[in-house]
Design a protein around this ligand. Structure first.
Ligand code: PEP
Ligand code: MG
Length: 855
């Protein structure tokens, strides 16, 4: 046969490739063919053959004919970004199909709304000596009619293809210089791997002459990419271009996260400078240690006196050879499933830090490089346990060979995952409770994250490791648990007798291994007074907050989940000033249902007890895209469809959330807050929907509604906006970014994106003034509310509610109690006319110092 006919895969308008708004297709970079604007949503096979590519997103399909010719149908342009929404694959890769067989169904409306264009190229990829003839003239075409013929078919030999290897339909690449301060460490690696997994294309990263599978966190870390290194991103497959673009965007996202986490915070920590009062530090000991004193690196500051305690770590023996490779493979898979379920259970009960660390462990558990290596070893006759251990150890060796200590610190995480799986293979699980004697100072060479969480927290007073790193996950966990910790103490700690009394001074970076009685007494007194000071601040935090002159100021907490709520209550928060509900919406394949949302909000309301809960409607879109929401790509997401704009563009999503929020009990405690407002019409549109839903549900008392002041427009229009709402809440993070035209995540502008810029203060003054005139509450829920230099200024401008990270509540309350509103007002008025945020900070510092508040 010398001619092959390619048929229309659906009804529509047939045109040329020039009409496809994508240079890859229009420029014939992938091959030649025609394009159809479809009028039906059923795609049938344009020829007989085998399905060689059909990504999970089902937006494209590639068929290889018996003659080895590949025909690609790519539904619309930029449709990969829909993440499968609106598409339904009716066949699987590898299936044999006849011309006219149904391959994909798609919802024309959904796809049309989310795609740049519906113009669908039908291509021969690549042309390699083939010729197209009898091309159909532009006009209407019906499914099954001939689109073109391929001549020269007999000269073609099918390209060799490894079993299951995806077809390379397109290639794309990009080279960049990595500017991340700590290079591609664990967190950016995980971010990139997740992005790579969202595409059908095979993507790889190359640096230093080595190449890594972009879906493997372990492989990416093992590249050892550091700041200033050149990184090349390559992808092949139908959505190669999009995959590369997404990986480049991933690096930018990592940069934003890095700068948001602050200069001093540990890069792999889930804690950010603004979200925690503590941070793992890498401060070296201050002085050369004397005899009987070991010097180490401070991982978590603090002081403790206790007994040196060692815990046993059991070696898990594994047989080298396996019985039957099929069974070994199945056992490994089952063990991984068991470990996954167990880790997910543990994550659900822990705080944010533990959840993030477990998320990293789950990445390692599913890492394609580790799993492929284990499967190869099983195929070569090894047991599941031996294969898993060997695969993990290979990755560990690769990390240990790197110069970067931050990457070497991930070795503990891999060892943790190794032992979880080996124990699961043996039908066991890690002990959840490791007993300790009273006032135990754990002394060890190293400690795994899961070992730390299994230790009896009530008896553990400090951790001292001969090795380890200050930014390891175990150090981050210890910081979250508030346990003083020293690392890098050297082999000297092996000489400490079990049960010996030691003094850990993790403020100075020293461990006294044989302290004399007076030193022990002194250290105990220091621990005691520290505990008392902390207990006093915490106890006072439970009391309603008033300034020195009696003015009531509410101190609320910003929350993301129920664990935060419990921490907030324990720290004396008087309510939730900002529930960031978007965390429920992002990082999932489908939107949360009304029942799921109601359950999540209700749990938080229960944890808050009688305290108010200000629930912010989802602030998604922009730089917080949703996989299930067809949002077009935006050149400037911060200025695009986000906040209330996204909600109004997707009324179903908004209605579901509102219905869930309105059903939370007790109803009177819930207030709603609308993000990213620019004018009153947006508020009225949301209020209209709320009114409708309240009538539908049978709610008589209107829910209180607030508007966020995050744009200069909203601040300047505040006196009009406040007529339509019950309160205003100033989002200083965004207000600063939009006022100063500086991206809040830009690393080089981080030092200048200061909410105490007089221009921002003037906008805060406008909003607070509008609130005062209307007799309505104006709050600040952005990061500036927890900045001690900002507190007197905000109060002076008229703000009467501050909402801060839960751990900051006690200190903010203590500070407010020392302030007189009149002094604050004078300070604020002076500062409005200053020339720079630096001058404002200097004035505020001077005032606080005069009050003896040196902190
Ligand atoms: C803000 O912009 O200050 C704010 C509180 O909202 P988010 O930080 O969630 O954007
Ligand atoms: Mg905001």
């Amino acid at each position: 046969m010398s001619i092959l006919q390619i048929l229309a895969p659906f009804d529509g308008w047939c045109g040329t490739l020039d009409e496809v708004p994508d240079p890859v297709f229009a420029g014939r970079m992938l091959g030649d063919g025609v394009a159809i604007d479809p009028t039906t949503g059923i795609l049938v096979a344009p020829c007989a053959g085998e399905i060689v590519a059909l990504p999970a997103s089902a937006h494209a399909v590639s068929i290889r004919t018996a003659q080895g010719i590949d025909v690609l149908v790519h539904i619309g342009v930029d449709t990969v970004q829909l993440g499968g929404r609106g598409f339904d694959a009716r066949v699987r890769p590898g299936a044999s199909v006849r011309a006219g067989d149904e391959l994909i169904r798609f919802d024309l409306d959904v796809v049309a709304r989310g795609a740049k264009s519906l113009m669908t190229p039908i291509l021969v990829t690549p042309m390699d000596g083939l010729r197209l003839q009898q091309r159909r003239a532009p006009g209407l075409v019906s499914s099954g009619e001939v689109l073109f013929e391929i001549a020269g078919v007999e000269t073609r030999t099918p390209p060799p293809r490894a079993a299951n290897a995806p077809k390379e339909e397109a290639a794309a690449g990009h080279t960049l210089i990595v500017t991340l301060r700590h290079g591609l460490h664990a967190r950016p690696a995980a971010l990139l791997a997740q992005r790579a997994k969202a595409f059908g294309a095979q993507a790889s990263l190359s640096a230093h002459g080595r190449t890594a599978n972009a879906r493997s966190v372990v492989a990416i870390m093992a590249l050892g990419v550091r700041q200033g290194d050149e990184l090349s991103i390559q992808a092949s497959g139908a959505d190669a271009q999009q995959s590369v673009a997404s990986l480049v965007a991933g690096i930018q996202e990592a940069l934003r996260m890095e700068s948001a986490a602050g200069q001093g915070a540990a890069p792999d920590s889930s804690r950010t400078a603004s979200d925690s009062s503590k941070s793992a530090s890498t401060i070296a000991p201050r002085s050369t240690p004397a005899a009987g004193v070991l010097g180490g690196v401070i991982a978590v500051p603090g002081i403790a006196v206790g007994r040196a305690t060692r815990i046993e770590r059991r070696e898990i023996a594994v047989a080298e050879h396996g019985a039957d490779s099929g069974r070994e493979r199945a056992e490994l898979e089952q063990a991984r499933i068991n470990v996954r379920m167990r880790l997910e259970r543990v994550a659900a009960t822990g705080g944010a830090t533990r959840r993030e660390i477990i998320a990293a462990h789950l990445e390692f558990l599913d890492d394609p490089q580790v799993n492929e290596a284990a499967h190869e070893l099983i195929a070569a006759g090894k047991s599941a346990g031996f294969a898993w251990r060997t695969a993990i150890r290979r990755s560990i060796s690769a990390l240990q060979a790197l110069k970067d200590s931050r990457l070497r610190e991930r070795v503990d995480d891999l060892l943790d995952v190794e032992s979880h799986v080996l124990l699961a293979l043996a039908g066991e699980a890690r002990p959840m409770n490791i007993p300790l004697p009273e006032r135990a100072v754990l002394v060890a060479d190293d400690l795994l994250p899961s070992e730390l969480t299994a230790l009896d927290r009530a008896r553990l007073v400090a951790i001292c490791l001969s090795g380890g790193g200050a930014t390891s996950h175990v150090a981050i966990l210890a910081a979250a648990m508030d346990i003083p910790m020293l690392v890098g103490l050297g082999s000297g700690i092996r000489d400490i007798a079990d049960g010996a009394t030691v003094i850990v001074d993790a403020d100075a970076g020293t461990l006294q291994t044989a302290p004399a009685a007076p030193a022990i007494e002194q250290a105990r007194a220091a621990v005691e007074s520290r505990l008392m000071r902390r207990a006093k601040t915490l106890a006072e935090a439970q009391i309603e907050c008033r300034a020195l002159d009696g003015t009531r100021v509410e101190v609320f907490a910003n929350l993301g989940n129920v664990t935060d709520a419990a921490v907030a209550v324990a720290h004396g928060a008087e309510g939730c000033g900002l529930l960031r509900t978007e965390f429920l919406f992002i990082d999932r394949e489908t939107a949360p249902t009304e029942a799921e949302q109601l359950a999540a909000y209700q749990d938080i309301a229960v944890a808050l007890g009688p305290r108010p809960m200000i629930l912010r409607l989802m602030d998604v879109g922009g730089d917080k895209p949703l996989r299930y929401l067809p949002l077009p790509a935006e050149d400037n997401p911060a200025l695009g469809l986000r906040g209330v704009r996204t909600a109004l563009a997707h009324p179903d999503l908004m209605r579901t959330q509102l219905r869930a929020a309105l059903r939370v009990r007790p109803a009177g405690n819930v207030r709603l807050l609308i993000p990213m407002i620019t004018d009153a019409a947006e508020i009225l549109a949301v209020r209209g929907v709320i009114d409708e839903l309240e009538a539908e549900i049978g709610i008589a008392d209107r829910v209180e509604l607030g508007a966020m002041i995050e744009t200069p427009a909203a601040a300047l229009m505040a006196s009009g906006l406040i007529r339509e709402v019950d309160f205003l809440s100033i989002g200083s993070n965004d207000l600063t970014q939009y006022t100063l035209a500086m991206d809040r995540g830009h690393p080089e502008l981080a030092g200048r994106t200061d909410a105490l810029h007089p221009a921002v203060l003037k906008l805060v003054a406008a909003a607070a003034g509008a609130g005062a005139a209307a007799g309505k509450m104006v709050a600040v829920c952005g990061g500036v509310a927890a900045d001690r230099l900002a507190v007197p200024l905000l109060l002076g401008l008229g703000v009467r509610e501050l909402s801060v990270v839960p751990a900051a509540v006690p200190a903010i309350k203590r500070q407010i109690r020392s302030l007189r509103i009149n002094d604050c007002r004078e300070l604020a008025l002076r500062c409005l006319d200053l020339a720079s945020p630096g001058e404002v900070r200097a004035q505020a510092a001077e005032m606080l110092e005069s009050l003896g508040d040196m902190q």
